[in-house]
Design a protein around this ligand. Structure first.
Ligand code: HPA
Length: 235
């Protein structure tokens, strides 16, 4: 048991999928895991452990934004010794050729957050994906015919920015998408010698203003969940 997770020791698998939305964790558990058992209800941040193709896998929501994400990931790493963490999320596109419904594998995450400035006493850390996971997700995603992109993203501390043009600076530097969690996930995974990857469906475009409706979001979410689970169990 940790402060925000009520699971007993051993109830969480080494490998965990992390959607932001706890109802998406429930959806993955109910639709893809065999014999899922719920290990967390605290704050309705649902978490489950079951098996996928015979391999033990967990899935748990983390909430939105780095502060919430950080609490759960810290506890999973510190108290439950989780070793592989795959964020399953959405992002906004910052590039004209990154379309709604594409899937981005985030190779590294810049951030406008101060969390690493504080952690590294004003110096910069480069939060990066685990190369082994990245290579597996790329290979499996290509085999499954997904429209995949691999590249950098920006993890932002705000969804509603004071400056509606702020994203353009990141776009100029080739950043593919904007979301709110991966930089903290990658930093914490590095600290605890764990493996992390963010797999993100593009849900909206800052460039075109296009966004997906809820039906499309469910369909694209299924494709991303399947890619994440296959990556989680791949040797
Ligand atoms: N900004 C931040 N996070 C997001 C966005 C966005 O536009 N779209 C999906 N997640």
């Amino acid at each position: 048991m940790s402060i925000h997770i009520e699971a007993p020791a051993g109830a969480i698998a080494d490998t965990i999928l992390l959607p932001g939305d706890p109802l998406r964790a429930k959806f993955i558990a109910e639709n893809y895991l065999d014999k899922p058992e719920q290990f967390n209800r605290v704050r309705n941040m649902f978490g489950y452990t079951g098996t996928y193709k015979g391999r033990r896998v967990s899935v748990m929501g983390t909430g939105m934004g780095m502060p919430s994400h950080s609490i759960y990931v810290n506890e999973l790493l510190r108290e439950y010794q989780v070793k592989t963490l795959i964020r399953v999320g959405t992002c906004g596109s910052l590039q004209a050729d990154v379309k709604v419904r594409d899937v981005i594998l985030a190779t590294a995450a810049s951030t406008n957050s101060n969390v690493n400035r504080i952690r590294f006493a004003g110096m910069d850390f480069a939060p990066a994906a685990d190369f082994g996971l990245l290579e597996k997700a790329w290979r499996i995603g290509r085999e499954r015919g997904l429209k995949l992109r691999a590249g950098t993203i920006i993890s932002s501390d705000s969804f509603y920015s004071e400056d509606p043009e702020a994203w353009k600076l990141w776009a100029k530097f080739g950043v593919l998408g904007i979301e709110m969690e991966a930089a903290e996930l990658y930093t914490l995974a590095a600290k605890f010698q764990a493996h992390a990857l963010a797999i993100l469906t593009v849900s909206d475009s800052m460039v075109s203003g296009e966004s997906t409706d809820s039906d499309e979001r469910e369909k694209t979410f299924r494709a991303m969940a399947e890619l994440s689970l296959e990556t989680a169990i791949a040797d």
